[in-house]
Design a protein around this ligand. Structure first.
Ligand code: MTE
Length: 374
């Protein structure tokens, strides 16, 4: 089967039905219409966009990727040279660490993402590991710093004195995993400017902030990188011997989201309504989904639509016989991973305005029409 053709047809059908939702106009922070996307791969045009600074102007012909720092043989690659190296294609879900922030009560600072700062795509590129092997990583290299070409002054303090670039570091252990890609294609097409053209990192299993777009520098460092993004911004309070310590976010936490019904949708009584959604986790597999249609008092098992594939979401569905009794109902979905871990009941305050992975309440109204609401 010509997979790319099928995907194109699928994309066209989905795109004509839906568009992105603005959370911030410029720089672009656009949410995917989670309730409108039925496909396993999110079409490129509907994949969420999270950018801190304006899109840098990078040209394919003059593009250079520098690999240096704690390596024996620093080198630079052109776009064509990168594309001529052996490549791999992998499916990975990206979720912004602030996804679902709008569900936090009272409201917190930051983009008010609902359900769509998450998307799933097929990425093609060169494993970071191959580039590091070629450069000859020194024994003292503890992290790999990925730097983007975009620059500016971040929004929230404490702020560094001058404008900075977007940069994120990976532990050496994660950087050499085969799934980490230096990617130039998504869903079989070149990256679009908003998604990092010409080249970006894809770090499957980690929150989206690690997948640096407009990548121009890969630097091996012999001391942990404590830049703005890893300390002021994407960090949380962990505990060390009972004392709170600041740590950078990393692995995505297990989560499921209901795509349909939509929040505050009106649903006909006494009918079969197929509740649907998707679930994902970081370095583990989602193995079970439970759905509640009574605000968490009782749970029933949902059915998976997609097989297990590490680092990619699994869509699921559940047939709900809607109540005869009109009124408000709260739906929840809760995922379990292969080790038996389930989503937490509540948002963990130590994560501040990030990692919102408790079962999100989807409030609906069962009744014949919106007009029957009292
Ligand atoms: N890379 C650069 N250079 N600049 C950015 O602002 N945003 C990060 C990451 N990579 C960002 C970046 C964040 S917070 C997320 S969630 C993902 O990109 C979003 O990737 P997308 O816009 O392709 O969905």
């Amino acid at each position: 089967m010509d997979h790319s053709k099928t995907q194109d047809v699928d994309d066209a059908a989905q795109i004509s039905l839906a568009g992105l939702i603005i959370r911030q106009k410029e720089p672009k922070n656009l949410e995917a219409p989670f309730d409108r996307i039925d496909s396993y791969l999110t079409p490129r045009e509907l994949f969420y966009i999270r950018s801190h600074f304006p899109v840098p102007n990078l040209d394919r012909d003059s593009y250079q990727l520098h690999i240096d720092g704690a390596v024996r043989h620093p080198f630079a690659l052109s776009y064509e040279e990168l594309r001529s190296m052996p490549s791999e294609t992998r499916v990975a879900t990206l979720e912004c660490a602030g996804n679902s922030r709008v569900f936090l009560v009272p409201q917190v600072q930051g983009a008010q993402w609902e359900l769509g700062a998450v998307s799933n795509a097929e990425w093609t590129g060169v494993p970071l590991r191959a580039l590091l092997e070629r450069a000859g990583l020194r024994e003292d290299a503890c992290e790999i710093l990925l730097e983007g070409a975009d620059r500016g002054t971040p929004k929230e303090g404490p702020l560094p004195p001058d404008p900075i670039s977007y940069a994120w570091s990976l532990s050496r252990a994660k950087a050499i995993q085969p799934e980490v890609l230096i990617a130039y294609q998504m869903n079989g097409r070149d990256l679009s400017p908003d998604h990092g053209f010409p080249v970006r990192a894809i770090v499957p299993g980690h929150y989206g902030m690690a997948s640096v777009k407009w990548l121009t520098g890969i630097q091996a460092v012999s001391e942990p990188f404590h830049g703005y993004w890893k300390t002021s911004d994407y960090a949380y309070w962990a505990s060390m011997d009972g004392k709170p310590v600041r740590r950078a976010l990393g692995e995505m936490q297990i989560k499921s989201e209901i795509a349909r019904p939509r929040v505050y949708e009106t649903i006909a009584p006494n009918r079969i309504y197929t509740v649907s959604g998707a679930a994902w986790a970081g370095e583990t597999d989602v193995t079970e989904i439970a759905v509640s249609t009574d605000g968490g008092r009782s749970w029933a098992e949902a059915e998976f639509v997609d097989p297990v594939r590490r680092h990619a979401w699994r869509r699921w569905k559940f047939d709900w016989l809607t109540p005869k009794e009109p009124g408000p109902y709260t739906l929840l979905a809760r995922a379990k991973d292969a080790s038996g871990l389930i989503q937490p009941d509540k948002h963990d305050q130590n994560y501040g305005t990030y990692v919102i992975n408790h079962p999100l309440p989807i409030e609906v109204f069962v009744g014949d029409s919106a007009g029957s609401r009292s």
